[in-house]
Design a binder for this molecule. Structure first.
Ligand code: BGC
Length: 808
């Protein structure tokens, strides 16, 4: 199909209309030219295709699909091959459901452990996140459909996610926040990519020409199309100019007409529009699903595969006295609500209507253990309940092992809202210490997609963490408990001792206009390792039922070779990690950075030579003076490690540099890594410009990109009332233990999104009229709203007619 020729045959209206959604998840077609519509669906942990009423928050049910382990979980496998297989299985379901684009993977960097969506993202490290994301893309696209990595870029908080401006220096942007996308794009070759809601240095993701055009297309060679996040389009014309193709969801033609107008008045050149349309339809034809391809999939086989995937992600966090694995017939008291009602996925747009959901207790009963009883132990949402606690303690007294299923509940972790703290609920900790007091042989199984403070660790001898392991996680965990599988997961993120140790703890989530990325490169282990802050579990940590020895290191600037031996008496998997440091360097950098890794499975007693390649990312840094990747010449230290704090082998090499000029002058906090309190002058020097105003101006009338949260300062009573109602709904949901995602979305969304999220019922003109009302011009606003309503109807009809006349 010659796409260029097709574009030439299209009318202006057809071209503009093709570039926006036809519904919540569908695009439009141009029937007369045989250009098909597409179906896009969430999301990272499995397919969420809504057959009935569709929404972008996972509120209404979707067709049954396999719920696989979430990205945060799969990253713990450190196994891109496994991830690729997950992608392939998931993609087969996507194709069977006749969905063309899966809105996955999510690969934002975990800047702070409280981001509500961290469970959907892979890691705090861009290299690991990028490798996993690229594998996911390859797996998904092996089915002919398209993946859609998201959210590009620097989307690190749910609070005010459609409004917040990420203020970040170029080096940090490149080295931390873009590198994951770079790897996903170059090594995965996604056909589609989703821009982020937030602004990056003042510009919305969907309008960011530097990101979408210069970096994504020109530098990385991306050849697909880009889509806005749902309702994330701001100025549609600016978006198309900057490199956005598809706007989602439908705005009922309002933004299409905006494009037509812009072409007619010369604001947007038709050549550029043609180019966008052409780039877009290239992918359309590439994701067409053959009519005769299967419309169903083997649910049981997919479930079984999901179980094996979950098994490889389980992390053994503690195993005092080798309490695990449990021997057959051990008398076990099972305690904790999560054993009966597991939490295996996060909430929001990623939530899958699982084909089945396995119950841990059932699998424990069938595991060969002698289950003496089950006690709920605690109220899920934290209420204190003496009776439940006493019952559990009694049961624990009479068992050899007390096995507690604890974790983060539904309220603790969800899209649309950041976590309040990093704690396990007090009633769970209370239960654990009460149980441990009567039975020292206490083992904890954890559920949850993000790090938790763990001062309670002293109360148990063993901890297995399944993260959010998907619908088949229960069986995998039972297998790990009895040693049928040997845990081989390693943490893909640091577990700080306590939240107050997190470098961004005082500034997260940013509450108003801007989120200042003052910590620069020092995200996750890059901070703790450099500034010597002790952590609970370091990045890359994971125990095993066996032991491994590392020996015989040789290094070059191309690869790292060593011997790995399984020195224990059972088979197992180890995650060997390669970190690079440049102690002689003049340009500040973290003490160690992950530049390679390999998951290695070895039989008991087996030895193997492991070779880990070093690629173009191993020694580079982004030089803000030359605007390019450069290499500092000098001696580099190569550490082979079992986690960032457990270096097993060290080698040194000399690397030739590119002799770039030094980019910085006197940045003491960045040189030491002590970035908790970077003064304004130093951050401004790093940024290379003045720090933009971070506070809202409460005195000025509100603007279209101000949020519902700001309506509390509105001059008009309607605005303040809307704020009160929304806030009431948000609080009510939180109190009830079930976040009201819809209300939360509204609370954090800008006023212009009313026009972007209502399926065309409200045009931008009408949203502007609402703004007038909110700003206290009630009658004027109502007049404009009514006028806008009729104008929108009339213009829509005229536009539809033009499309019909063209033959559609
Ligand atoms: C989320 C995206 C998701 C989209 C469609 C948005 O609110 O940020 O990740 O793909 O909705 O459901």
């Amino acid at each position: 199909m010659d796409c260029k020729e097709l574009v030439e045959k299209m009318t202006l209206e057809e071209k503009c209309s093709l570039l926006s959604g036809g519904g919540q998840f569908t695009t439009k077609s141009v029937k007369r030219l045989g250009i098909p519509a597409m179906y896009l669906s969430d999301g990272p942990s499995g397919l969420r295709k809504q057959a009935g009423a569709a929404d972008h928050l996972g509120l209404n049910p979707s067709v049954p699909a396999t719920c696989y382990p979430s990205a945060a979980t799969l990253a713990n496998s450190w196994n891109p091959e496994l991830e690729e297989r997950v992608g392939a299985y998931m993609g087969a379901e996507v194709k069977a459901a006749r969905v063309n684009v899966l809105l996955a993977p999510g690969l934002n960097i975990k800047r702070n452990p409280l981001c509500g969506r961290n469970f959907e993202y892979f890691s705090e490290d861009p290299y690991l996140a990028g490798k996993m994301a690229a594998a996911c893309v390859r797996g998904l696209q092996s089915n002919g459909i398209s993946a859609c990595p998201k959210h590009f870029a620097v989307n690190s908080q749910e609070t005010l996610r459609m409004h917040s401006d990420s203020v970040i220096d170029e080096r940090t942007l490149r080295e931390i926040y873009l590198t994951a996308f770079e790897i996903a794009v170059k090594e995965g070759k996604p056909k589609c990519l989703m821009s982020s809601y937030n602004r990056v240095n003042g510009v919305y993701g969907s309008e960011h020409g530097e990101l979408l055009q210069k970096i994504l297309r020109e530098e990385w060679g991306f050849e697909g199309f880009t889509v806005t996040d749902w309702g994330g389009s701001n100025d549609r014309v600016a978006g198309v100019k900057a490199g956005t193709h598809l706007e989602m969801p439908t705005t009922g033609g309002d933004s299409d007409r905006e494009l037509v107008r812009a072409v007619k008045n010369g604001e947007l050149s038709e050549e550029l529009l043609n180019l966008r349309v052409q780039e877009y339809i290239n992918v359309l034809f590439d994701t067409t699903i053959a009519e005769n391809s299967p419309k169903n999939f083997d649910e049981q086989a997919h479930h079984d595969f999901a179980r094996s995937a979950a098994a490889e992600c389980i992390v053994l966090l503690k195993n005092e006295d080798n309490i695990l694995p449990l021997q057959q017939n051990t008398r076990v008291a099972v305690i904790g609500d999560f054993a009966q009602t597991p939490r295996f996925q996060g909430a929001g747009s990623s939530s899958v209507n699982a084909t089945q959901s396995d119950v841990p207790l059932e699998f424990l009963k069938a595991s060969g253990l002698n289950i003496v009883g089950y006690a709920t132990g605690f109220e899920r949402q934290g209420g204190s309940n003496e009776a439940l606690l006493r019952q559990a303690v009694e049961m624990a007294k009479n068992a050899e092992i007390a096995l507690l299923y604890l974790g983060l509940d539904e309220l603790a972790e969800s899209e649309g809202v950041d976590r309040q703290d990093m704690c396990l609920r007090a009633n769970q900790v209370e239960l654990l210490s009460a149980v441990a007091a009567v039975n020292p042989n206490t083992v904890v199984v954890l559920n949850g997609g993000s790090p938790i403070e763990a001062p309670w660790l002293k109360h148990c001898k063993g901890v297995l963490h399944g993260y959010l392991g998907g619908q088949a996680a229960a069986g995998a965990m039972a297998d790990a408990l009895v040693g049928k599988i040997n845990p081989s997961g390693h943490l893909a993120e640091t577990w700080a001792m306590c939240y107050s140790d997190v470098p961004t703890c005082d500034k997260y989530p940013a509450p108003e206009k801007t989120a200042e990325y003052r910590e620069s490169l020092y995200v996750g282990y890059r901070y703790y390792d450099t500034s010597g802050v002790p952590v609970r579990f370091p990045f890359g940590f994971g125990l095993s039922y066996t032991t491994f020895a590392y020996s015989n290191l040789t290094v070059s600037d191309k690869e790292v070779c060593f011997t790995l031996t399984n020195t224990g008496d059972c088979d197992g998997g180890e995650v060997a990690q390669v970190y690079v440091s440049c102690p002689t360097g003049k340009v500040f950098r973290p003490a160690k950075e992950l530049k390679g890794f390999q998951k290695v499975f070895l039989k008991a007693g087996e030895s193997r030579q492991v070779t880990i390649p070093l690629d173009d990312k191993a020694f580079r840094y982004f030089n803000v003076k030359t605007g390019k990747w450069e290499i500092e010449g000098g001696t580099y230290v190569i550490s082979v490690a079992a986690n960032v704090n457990d270096v097993k082998l060290v080698g040194k090499i000399e690397v030739a540099g590119t002799n770039a000029p030094e980019p910085y002058f006197n940045l003491p906090h960045y040189e030491s890594g002590n970035v908790r309190n970077v003064p304004d002058e130093e951050f401004s020097a790093l940024l290379g410009r003045a720090i933009p105003e971070s506070k809202w101006d409460r005195t000025k009338p509100l603007e279209m990109n101000d949020t519902f949260a700001q309506l509390q300062y509105a001059k008009g009573w309607v605005g303040r009332l809307v704020y009160k109602v929304t806030k009431y709904q948000v609080d009510k949901g939180m109190k009830a233990g079930k976040p009201d995602l819809d209300a939360l979305f509204r609370y954090n969304m800008p006023i212009r999104a009313i026009a972007k999220m209502m399926g065309g019922m409200i045009s931008m003109e009408m949203a502007e009229a609402l703004l007038e009302i909110f700003n206290g011009h009630f009658f004027k606003g109502v007049g404009h709203f009514i006028g806008g309503f009729f104008r929108n109807r009339k213009l829509s009809k005229e536009f539809e007619k033009k499309l019909e006349e063209a033959g559609n």
